[in-house]
Design a protein around this ligand. Structure first.
Ligand SMILES: *Cc1c(COP(=O)(O)O)cnc(C)c1O
Length: 424
């Protein structure tokens, strides 16, 4: 074993250090196994209940009317997430697009959108118009307001209550930390926030940006009152097999509203050919609980490896997990680059290229990204990214298998060690 690792570029020193860390994590890994088992059964049950059959894997083209596989898959998602309806489509280009559709479909001029959890994910700033942008919600007369989290990461209930008024139509809650060092929220916390909001204004639509959260816990935000839950298929629910896509699960009303922005008013969800992706969507969703488990193990391993070397990590080495993201604050631009180079060098695809920071569309600083992925930009596959700005943190996520995630972390450590940025 050690010889194979040596051939991959891992020194005996790093190998041994990783081995010790792994040995200390047995109990936590067992908990992840149990949750994955629960979620696997949940998905299986939904597939059996909806009588998934080989016909579901057929392709449609053109308008895609009566695409049986597509419609059945949407029922499988709905039953898994316990919602009335769901859109699961290759026409949804990515997570940001799914969120934009959900927002534009359900907000009207004069409405206000509230984020009670601080700043949303970077790419949503231009969708909402926090940063002026062509075609944003702001241009259509939709107002936006946000309430910061308290310094300890808790919800500021007092100010949230003050921020809700007659124009407040929708509340957007981001489960995962994104490119921030705040904690990610548990499903239970999100449920409490939704209950609080609904008590003040029962008809407010509560939307959860569920990116990176699917199958991390045994419940989803839709189990605790979210009217809409939105995510990307090149993250958890695609299981690494979906080549594109996003989903919007929720009430019939909200999902139908969203579908009129996904296609257009009048056509809604009836149009949209599946173009041969159905099988990958089904099979990916089937594998998603297991793939998410591997990614979780990788995240906890990373937290333990780097915390013991003195780097701030969020979540820390022992905290419970609510998404698959691990933030490691390396503190220097060199550290961020070395970490990402290690992740890249461990990849099955493009392991020979060296990532560099670039001006990525949608982000307000340079970003470095490591991803040797089968699907471009897929972040359920082993990947790491970091904005090139203080505090110089990297966000590590994914790994289609735990074993690969482990190699990635060891390789990142190897690069930091070789560049004299850390001592073992
Ligand atoms: C990834 C992500 C998005 C956006 O998804 P893209 O597929 O990159 O467009 C939105 N919100 C959160 C929290 C995310 O992690």
């Amino acid at each position: 074993m050690q010889d194979l690792y040596r051939q991959l570029g891992i020194s005996s020193e790093v190998y041994r250090y990783g081995h010790e860390i792994e040995a200390s994590l047995e109990e936590r890994f067992r908990e992840f196994d149990r949750r994955a088992e629960y979620n696997q059964m949940k998905v299986l049950l939904a597939m059996q209940k909806n009588r998934v059959s080989a016909e579901c894997f057929q392709s449609s083209s053109g308008y895609g009317y009566n695409d049986y596989g597509r419609d059945t898959l949407e029922k499988v998602y709905s039953d898994t997430f316990h919602t009335e309806a769901c859109l699961v489509r290759p026409q949804i280009a990515c997570g940001t697009h799914a969120l934009a559709i959900a927002l534009f479909g359900n907000l009207r001029p004069g409405d206000e959108l509230l984020s009670p959890v601080g700043k949303p994910y970077d790419t949503l700033e231009e969708v909402i118009g926090i940063r002026p942008s062509r075609g944003s919600l702001a241009e259509y007369g939709v107002a936006y307001r946000q309430v910061e989290l308290l310094p300890d990461g808790a919800f500021d209930y007092e100010n949230i209550e003050k921020a809700i008024h007659e124009k407040t139509k929708m509340v957007t809650i981001q489960r995962s930390k994104g490119y921030q060092t705040r904690p990610s929220f548990s499903v239970k916390q999100i449920g409490e926030l939704i209950a609080f909001v609904k008590k003040i204004k029962p008809d407010v639509i509560c939307m959860v940006d569920n990116c990176y959260g699917e199958f991390v816990e045994t419940m989803e935000p839709s189990d605790l009152g979210a009217d809409m839950m939105v995510g990307s298929l090149i993250k958890n629910p695609g299981g690494g097999l979906a080549p594109i896509g996003g989903y919007i699960a929720g009430t019939k009303e909200c999902v139908e509203n969203a579908s009129c922005r996904m296609t257009c008013p009048g056509l809604g969800m009836e149009v949209g050919a599946s173009l041969g992706v159905n099988q990958a969507f089904y099979q990916g969703f089937f594998l998603a609980p297991m793939v998410t488990k591997g990614a979780l193990k990788g995240a906890v391993f990373a937290a333990n490896v780097y915390e013991k070397l003195g780097f701030p990590v969020v979540p820390n080495s022992t905290e419970s997990r609510h998404d698959i993201i691990q933030a490691v604050t390396l503190g220097t631009p060199e550290g961020v680059c070395a970490f990402c180079q290690g992740i890249q060098a461990a990849a099955p695809v493009d392991s020979f290229v060296v990532p560099e920071p670039w001006d990525m569309p949608g982000y307000d600083s340079q970003v470095i990204m490591a991803a040797g992925a089968f699907v471009q930009g897929s972040s359920i596959e082993l990947s790491a990214d970091g904005p090139m700005k203080p505090p110089y943190a990297v966000y590590f996520q994914g790994g289609l298998t735990w074993e690969h995630a482990k190699l990635g972390i060891l390789m990142s450590l190897q690069k930091l060690l070789e560049q004299g940025l850390v001592k073992l």
